[in-house]
Design a protein around this ligand. Structure first.
Ligand SMILES: [Zn+2]
Ligand SMILES: [Zn+2]
Length: 142
């Protein structure tokens, strides 16, 4: 995945981090965040397991999907209620405060686009390119 890297600023430690947004409606995917670090899991709606567990695309996973996912590379878990964390201090990033830099960086803002201001709608965020794809327990991940 090659995407333009934008710069955000952590509201807790003041350090910068790179990120990009993914519109999960464009590629029929769902996503989840790790409960301990900055990783996100991107899940293709058409994969075998996704179909079997009735994954709902274009949003964050629901709780019943959690148990089918492998643990994060850090040892944490991808959870339905986990939200993105700063890669430096692991503080929780507020989707409201993030609007400041997300809307400033986004080309669409001039045309009226607004950041969704939550972590469970169409857009997910990938921080410092830390993500795993199709992270199902019983599938080979890519
Ligand atoms: Zn921080
Ligand atoms: Zn993790």
């Amino acid at each position: 995945m090659t995407r333009e890297r934008e710069i955000g600023i952590c509201e807790h430690c003041g350090k910068e981090f790179g990120y990009y947004l993914i519109h999960n409606g464009f590629n029929d995917s769902a996503y989840a965040y790790c409960d301990s670090c900055s990783y996100s899991a991107l899940l293709d709606y058409l994969s075998t397991t996704a179909q079997r567990v009735h994954l709902q695309p274009c949003e964050r996973i629901s709780e019943d999907v959690e148990r089918f996912l492998k643990p994060c590379v850090c040892g944490g878990s991808f959870r339905a209620d986990a939200t993105p964390r700063c890669p430096h201090c692991r503080g929780l990033i507020s989707p409201i405060l993030a609007a400041t830099y997300i809307e400033r960086n986004a080309a669409g803002t001039a045309g009226g686009w607004r950041w969704q201001r939550n972590w469970d709608d169409d857009y997910s965020i990938v921080i410092e390119n830390l993500y795993v794809s199709n992270w199902w327990k019983d599938e080979q991940s890519n």
